[in-house]
Design a protein around this ligand. Structure first.
Ligand code: CO
Length: 153
């Protein structure tokens, strides 16, 4: 095992840190929350409406990360199309922590990756700045970056 703070030759620039959450779009939020609480025995938080993001979210706390259940909120929810294509639900995005989201964005743009929206971070469900990266640039996976103090250290 590599000593703490020793250089990691398998890693390039220092950007992403911990997996903050895996988001799963679900057709029935109540049923999905009940399944995680009652069948899987996880700690499930109450639903939270996020009108700026067009979703209602339920956060599930696991010992090493979180699961974010997503359900459309409003008429033009960004996950409505995803659920139409995946009627029983499915993994929608993964979220990695970064310590400096603007520095990460600028490095990604310089490498040719596409940042969704206008390129400016929005405040996400945890009250921290977030950005989304185009799935076609990241092995078919929608990637969310969340700025967390000390997250990628
Ligand atoms: Co998310």
């Amino acid at each position: 095992m590599r000593a703490h703070n020793a250089p990691d030759r398998n890693r390039g620039i220092d950007m992403i840190g911990r997996l903050n959450h895996v988001a799963i779009a679900v057709p029935d939020l109540e049923a999905a929350a009940a399944q995680y609480r009652d069948t899987l025995g996880a700690h499930v938080n109450p639903p939270q409406d996020e009108p700026d993001h067009g979703v209602t979210v339920v956060f599930i706390e696991l010992p090493n990360t979180k699961i974010e259940l997503l359900h459309p909120l409003g008429d033009d929810s960004p996950i409505a199309g995803f659920l139409a294509k995946n009627p029983s639900g499915g993994i929608h995005h993964v979220c990695y922590e970064v310590t400096d989201i603007l520095a990460a964005r600028d490095q990604l743009l310089a490498s040719g990756a596409r940042v969704l929206g206008n390129g400016e971070p929005k405040i996400g469900a945890h009250g921290n700045p977030v950005l989304f990266l185009h799935p076609k640039d990241f092995t078919g996976t929608l990637v969310e970056l969340e700025e967390v103090a000390g997250g990628a250290a």
